[in-house]
Design a protein around this ligand. Structure first.
Ligand code: MCN
Length: 789
């Protein structure tokens, strides 16, 4: 057996999976070709809200290569099937049926009205043009506030309202703090602002795709999904299929960012068509379909009031949100703003808080989770208004934050929103960030540029954030009426040759789990990193799991692996004692070896695996394997934090914003793989900066998405980005044995307000108080010239 010298955890290992992912020599859903497989193409509505008065598929049925054309009446004659939603946030939440294909009426532009099944993709696509649909236009509901007024047109007549739900958290009622109206009434200073979270498209690299193979009475589904386990259970429940006859495989998946957590009408449609025809089928969307119909995100109006004393002590915060659900409820869409409800108070200690969110239906693509899900919106609002409060108080914005944040010696700290943050050190992260950024030097330069009337002004933006991730204690999720638990499963199989298979319920789609999980197992079992194989994303290999989102995989799934590994070691111990002819208590386990304390007698765990396999000489009552499994349900969320500082140069003549420098110091507790952590932060930053400066999904007055291609929707490239200065402090979490906190969303959550604060800071002396996102040159120019002065 090979001796393992230094710990794997903490090593900046290159990712095992990257060679195949980067070269594309791997299996994506759309690569899958099965004998006799047919292809689906979906006819989509160009209208955002209309009655379907006639639909004629006869000509399409006669097109070359076409095997069938189906409408809602064919696939769901009873009209009862609905793509599921799993987060009824209030008992009286209104949720319309989300049909597999629109029946009688379309509710957003892009909704499917018919599906063509053909021998090739091209033949299926060609036949779409031969489907004739007549629509009778209905009033289009686009404006969230107008949609809530009495007598306004309704998206769903049968609901009698456009209001999906009203969800309220009040610290006075929850017993976690005081009354916010009292705090506002008694405050020496209040600041009120309205912020707009624009609508974003997750824009993952690989469009969505589903392959369904009905063989015998077994149904195998391959899907470009983040949630193979949830997709399996939900498909069974929704279509009334026996779950034990279903197998879902998420092969390599090209990104998701939350955009692949749905159970899609197209998934259900693919199953129904495969069932009907008894043939394998494939549906892969085009990029334009993806932009138009994969769920969007954010899209909130935030009315925020902060109360404080003149000395800068914040005393209360009141938040009123309106959140656009789009035309239907997404799988967890209604709950996304609720995830933010616990984060508006951020790292601050104020004691009165009220959050109210009204979710509203409009005739747009539905919204659901996108990297950060609720928490970027909350972080944006609190970090923007802290800057505005600092101006009102004539304080340095960093000094205001320092005055109000939780000090490192005050942890664990229970917040006004009722969460208990286990650990944190905001002072350390901020001190390091200021040092790397040259905060004081940049402030001096800013003053000089203002004095000289430089047309290019310098702005400094701060974001000191925390977030709750690592979803999550099942009980807490239950108390929020979330439809699933928050545990994760792991199994470890020791093979006869000492190699190790790790089965995880997490379902990576770009996060590098194969590498990080191998590092954890290598240390726990003392086996070489290369000897570990990580298996995931197939419900037959990994029967239990709750998948990957909410930056949960390491803190929950990684901990399940630690627990399973501890059981492997515990199982090996009596066998080691038997082999070494000693008492179990005399053994110590380090570096993969059981050693008789005080002697050089030892046996390696990989050798024990072989001895167990032969089973020639096992102690009585010992099963001949070391395989173990564990399910871990965390006791708390994980609370990474950090300080992000951004310097922007804003050309006051053209409105162009250039990020001059960006420094972030994040604290994700113990980093399992610092290189992966850095990569996650980089990717997260780009998505957060993109919200600040570039991206917005825009609908015109007819409800048509006007920028549904990558030529129009500005997903930034490396050329748009500065070189980031990324560093970490390490304050271990006390809620999991790894000491780790999640990182997958941190960069996105922190960066948007840092950039917008910097843009506003550059222009404040010109009277600018707000620039709506994305801060495009036009919007910045308009703000300078009075638009939002
Ligand atoms: N990690 C680590 N040390 C830590 C924290 C994390 O080494 N202290 C490593 C983990 O081992 C894992 C990675 O960082 O390899 C991310 O871990 P974690 O924070 O647990 O997040 P998840 O794996 O659960 O990933 C989900 C998260 C989310 S919610 C979105 S959205 C997102 C993200 O990850 N989508 C992504 N990162 C993405 N990265 C890619 N490439 N593609 C996406 O779609």
């Amino acid at each position: 057996m090979t001796a393992v010298a230094e710990p794997e955890v903490g090593k900046a290992r290159l990712r095992k999976e990257d060679a195949r992912l980067i070269t594309g020599r791997t299996r994506w859903t759309d690569n899958i070709v099965l004998p006799g497989m047919l292809h689906l193409a979906v006819k989509r509505s160009p209208m955002a809200h209309a009655k379907i008065t006639r639909i004629d598929v006869a000509e399409a049925r006669s097109m070359p290569g076409v095997v069938a054309v189906y409408t809602a009446a064919d696939l769901d004659p009873e009209g009862t099937i609905s793509a599921p939603y799993a987060w009824p946030i209030t008992p009286d939440m209104k949720a319309p049926r989300r049909p597999v294909l629109a029946a009688g009426k379309v509710n957003f532009a892009g909704e499917g009205v018919a599906v063509v099944v053909a021998r090739s993709v091209a033949e299926a696509q060609d036949a779409l043009d031969a489907i004739d649909v007549d629509y009778s236009a209905l009033p289009v509901v686009l404006d969230m506030e107008a949609a809530l007024t009495d007598g306004y047109a309704l998206v769903h007549d049968e609901l009698g309202t456009n209001r999906n739900a009203l969800w309220v958290f009040d610290s006075a009622e929850a017993g976690s703090g005081g009354n916010v109206d009292d705090a506002i009434r008694d405050a020496e200073v209040t600041v009120t602002r309205r912020f707009r979270q624009q609508r974003l498209a997750p824009a993952f690299m690989e469009p969505r795709s589903t392959v369904v193979d009905p063989t015998g009475n077994q149904m195998t589904i391959w899907a470009a999904t983040q949630i193979p386990h949830i997709l399996k259970t939900m498909t069974a429940l929704t279509l009334g299929l026996p779950e034990h006859k279903l197998r879902v495989i998420a092969p390599d998946v090209g990104g998701g960012f939350g955009g692949k957590i749905g159970v899609l009408p197209e998934d259900l449609m693919s199953v129904l068509v495969a069932q009907k025809l008894g043939r394998p089928v494939k549906w892969t969307e085009t990029r334009s379909e993806c932009m138009m119909t994969a769920h969007h995100a954010r899209d909130q109006i935030q009315d925020v009031t902060i109360a404080a004393n003149r000395d800068g002590t914040v005393t209360g915060l009141k938040v009123d949100l309106i959140a656009d659900m789009g035309a239907y409820c997404g799988l967890v869409g209604p709950g996304v703003p609720i995830l933010g409800a616990f984060m508006f108070n951020a790292i601050y200690k104020f004691t009165a808080y009220r959050f109210a969110c009204t979710n509203v239906f409009t005739n747009k693509t539905l919204t659901d989770a996108y990297r950060g899900a609720g928490r970027p919106e909350a972080t944006f609002a609190i970090e923007r208004i802290m800057d505005e409060l600092a101006v009102e108080l004539d304080m340095d914005p960093m000094a205001l934050r320092e005055k109000n944040w939780i000090k490192h010696e005050e942890f664990p700290f229970t917040t006004v929103a009722g969460l208990t943050y286990d650990t944190g050190n905001y002072e350390a992260a901020t001190a390091r960030a200021k040092e790397l950024f040259d905060y004081d030097g940049l402030r001096r330069e800013q003053a000089e540029r203002r004095a000289s009337g430089d047309p290019v002004q310098l702005g400094i933006g701060i974001s000191t954030y925390t977030e709750m991730c690592g979803l999550a204690p099942s009980r807490v999720l239950g108390s929020l009426s979330y439809g699933a638990g928050g545990w994760e499963h792991a199994a470890i199989r020791m093979l006869p040759t000492g190699k190790v298979e790790v089965v995880t319920g997490s379902s990576a789609h770009g996060q590098g789990h194969e590498t990080a999980w191998s590092q954890i197992v290598a240390d726990q079992l003392g086996v070489p990193f290369e000897d570990v194989e990580v298996l995931h994303g197939d419900t037959q290999t990994s029967p239990r799991g709750l998948d990957t989102y909410g930056s949960r995989s390491l803190t929950v799934g990684g901990t399940a692996i630690v627990k399973a590994a501890e059981r492997v070691v515990a199982k090996a111990k009596p066998i080691a004692a038997h082999m070494l002819e000693c008492a179990e208590d005399d053994l110590e386990f380090t570096g993969g070896r059981f050693t008789v304390r005080g002697t050089d007698q030892a046996v390696g765990i990989q050798d024990i695996a072989l001895a167990v396999f032969t089973a020639h000489d096992l102690p009585d009552g010992i099963e001949p394997h070391l395989d173990s499994e564990a399910v871990y349900d965390p006791e708390n969320f994980s609370f990474p934090h950090g300080t992000h500082l951004c310097a922007t140069e804003v050309d006051t003549e053209t409105g162009k914003v250039r990020i001059r420098s960006y420094v972030c110091v994040d604290d994700v507790g113990k980093a399992i793989n610092p290189l992966i952590v850095e990569g996650q932060v980089h990717g997260g930053l780009v998505q957060g900066i993109a919200q600040a400066l570039y991206e917005e999904a825009v609908h015109d007055e007819s409800g048509t998405l006007t920028n549904g291609t990558f030529a129009d929707y500005h997903v930034p490239t490396a050329a748009d980005m500065p070189t980031f200065t990324v560093d970490r402090t390490e304050t271990p979490s006390t809620t999991n044995p790894l000491g780790a906190k999640g990182v997958g969303e941190a960069g996105t959550i922190a960066s948007t307000p840092a950039v917008v604060n910097a843009v506003v800071d550059a222009l404040r002396h010109m009277g600018v108080r707000e620039v709506e996102m994305p801060c495009t040159p036009m919007r910045v120019w308009q703000a300078i010239h009075g638009g939002t002065r």
